[in-house]
Design a protein around this ligand. Sequence first.
Ligand code: NDP
Length: 242
Amino acid sequence: MVIITGASSGIGEAAAKRLAKEGAKVVLGARRRDRLAKIAGAIVEAGGEAVFQEMDVTRQSDNDEIVRLAKETFGGVDAIFLNAGLMPSSPVSALKTDEWNRMVDVNIKGVLNGVAAVLPTFIEQKSGQVIATSSVAGLKAYPNGAVYGGTKWFVREFMEVLRMESAMEGTNIRTATIYPAAIRTELLDTITDGQAAEAMHGLYEKFGISPERIADVVAFALDLPEDTTVNEFTVGPANQPW
Ligand code: NDP
């Protein structure tokens, strides 16, 4: 049983479909209810099990609610894929401070809220897996990505400490952090800066790969035996030189 945030498009949608196809029960969360209903409907029609909840990851109560829904519907939570995010790239000098704050709220606080919602359950059952979507921008600095990259660096650090502390505390909570490169999704739609959008679209046209490739990695991480954590996955196109 897996909760997926940011499940209404892109990587989250691909992961939901892939995991459900392999027999996982999935609970989908995002703000666009119509999209979630369509995706969950397609999964059920194909013989899988899926429910959904309209949620904003920046609200703690929405995160608590989706965990409650998962437990009520499927009797427990084995894993959570904290994947909701946005990337309104721009140079610092453009001072798009509203977008900076939005990225902090969704990409950082959204992850914290999800972990806060699920951790009591994982600690109690002494098992669980937290998977999070960072980015190659969480490993390396890129122009136009000062704030976005910063939020993704945060995810890396937080997930690594969560992994260490869970091992030290004997709670057996596994982590997997994914660092995608250019993945063809709706992510670039969040860019409002003209030159940043142009540069990104050019890059994605040349190097973009399908979100199903990230779904493959999520499925692999979930499939590992309970005593094994393979913590960090960088996933990108084979022809990527940067
Ligand atoms: P999409 O734009 O297709 O998906 C983003 C998802 O996040 C949507 O389902 C969106 O749903 C959801 N979301 C955004 N804000 C909120 C919110 N406040 N509350 C709940 N859900 C929210 O892009 P991707 O699939 O590419 O993005 C998924 C993750 O992958 C992001 O964290 C992104 O940073 C990361 N990533 C993507 C890369 C790429 O090249 N595409 C590269 C590296 C990392 P809704 O609008 O319905 O709420």
